[in-house]
Design a protein around this ligand. Structure first.
Ligand SMILES: [Zn+2]
Ligand SMILES: [Zn+2]
Ligand SMILES: [Zn+2]
Length: 68
């Protein structure tokens, strides 16, 4: 009887999950998760990539403001 083994992911090929949002992103989304956005006066989220959600209640940043 054949025990089907789950394929081992090729390491070194796939980028690790985003350290800001935890998403696994493909090459089309790299910029959104890695490129720093120089957004503005909020010191919590300045220079974070666009995928980052700022949970700060008073964040005024259009890019990072948490839309919950
Ligand atoms: Zn991300
Ligand atoms: Zn921001
Ligand atoms: Zn912010």
């Amino acid at each position: 009887m054949w025990m089907s083994q789950s394929p081992v992911p090729v390491s070194g090929h796939e980028p690790p999950p985003c350290l800001y949002c935890g998403e696994r992103y493909g090459s089309h989304d790299v910029a959104r998760h890695t490129e720093p956005v120089h957004c503005g006066p909020c010191i919590t989220c300045v220079d974070k990539p666009a995928c980052y959600e700022c949970r700060l209640m008073y964040c005024v940043c259009d890019v990072h403001r948490y839309r919950g």
